[in-house]
Design a protein around this ligand. Structure first.
Ligand code: NCD
Length: 311
């Protein structure tokens, strides 16, 4: 089914078939994403990015993706510069912005913001992160990286470690991996484990997962190690953050104990979860993962905008 004109607020807004189609298109778009081929498919189309929280990779890769497709970008990267600071509601902001572009990419500190925005928008809304909620396009990038490194998604045991409570990339990824039927291991301090409502949801989906508390005990059975940053900005109390900061660190010696062919992913930014000495090992896939943000977002934008002859 065509994805044209649809919102992507939650990873569950896409089926496995939708995701596969986007990942296949992303594969074909790799040369264009690197600038080796020039496209004009999005000529005359405008992407509006609206970021009410900091971002480097997500915003720039969306903007790069739209430029690579031959389209244009308008952008708010400084939340302080919008009328939100004058008290404008998100609904009003979106009503306006959606009449200035053909697709809106929104990042917002509130969970559910993208879904809310989609109700007021005249054009498709893509969630680029809503508080501790979801980050579906990061998940598409994560899945693409797993496919590139391992050939397929399903046969892998994916260990997701770090902040599983507040980490929105984790919430989208776990649900997607459950859709694909991959096995998951969730490694976190007890206070940052996958929230109960999400576990119930995974159970209802028949997801295969277990919980653990150290990397050492699971690294030997892990095909993909997905590290995440403890989400300092979401802690109501900084003392609570300090108790869990720096609990996990991937080092070359940890990986030496790992399953053969283990790869390490991270949505980035990292703040100490991965020793830089890992960067030069074949296991390190996180910078490649960040680069794949461009072809994956090109593929998604092409689907949503219904662009012809792109991939
Ligand atoms: C993530 C995010 O914003 O949720 N970053 C990203 O988009 N690559 C992860 C994080 O901030 O820890």
């Amino acid at each position: 089914m065509s994805f044209q004109g649809r919102h992507v607020c939650h990873i569950a807004d896409m089926t496995v078939a939708d995701v596969d189609r986007v990942l296949d298109a992303a594969e074909r778009l790799l040369p264009a994403a690197r600038g080796e081929r020039t496209l004009e498919a999005a000529k005359g189309k405008i992407l509006a990015t609206l970021f009410f929280e900091p971002s480097t990779r997500t915003r720039l890769s969306f903007e790069s993706a739209m430029h690579r497709l031959g389209g244009n970008v308008i952008s708010v990267a400084e939340p302080g510069s919008t009328s939100a600071t004058k008290g404008e509601t998100l609904a009003d902001t979106i009503r306006m912005v959606s009449s200035y572009g053909d697709v809106v990419v929104l990042r917002h500190p509130r969970e559910g913001a993208a879904r809310l925005a989609s109700r007021y928008s005249r054009v498709p809304v893509i969630n680029a992160g809503d508080g501790a909620g979801q980050h579906p396009t990061q998940t598409l990038t994560d899945l693409f990286t797993i496919r590139k490194a391992k050939g397929e998604i399903r046969p892998n045991t994916v260990t997701i470690a770090g902040d599983l409570k507040y980490g929105r990339t984790v919430h989208s990824l776990a649900q997607a991996l459950a859709m694909y039927g991959a096995e998951m291991v969730f490694v976190a301090p007890e206070s940052l484990q996958v929230p109960a409502d999400m576990r119930q949801h995974l159970d209802a989906m028949g997801a295969r997962y277990r919980l653990a508390s150290t990397l050492e005990e699971v690294v030997g059975e892990t095909d993909v190690l997905y590290m995440t940053r403890i989400q300092k900005e979401r802690f109501p109390d900084l003392d609570e953050y300090r108790k869990v900061a720096g609990v996990f660190r991937v080092t070359p010696s940890l990986l030496a104990e790992g399953k053969k062919g283990i790869v390490v992913l991270h949505p980035l930014p990292r703040v100490g979860e991965i020793d830089p000495a890992v960067d030069d090992t074949p296991a390190a896939k996180y910078f490649e993962q960040a680069a794949y943000g461009v072809p994956v977002r090109m593929a998604l934008l092409a689907e949503i905008l219904g662009l012809k002859g792109v991939a």
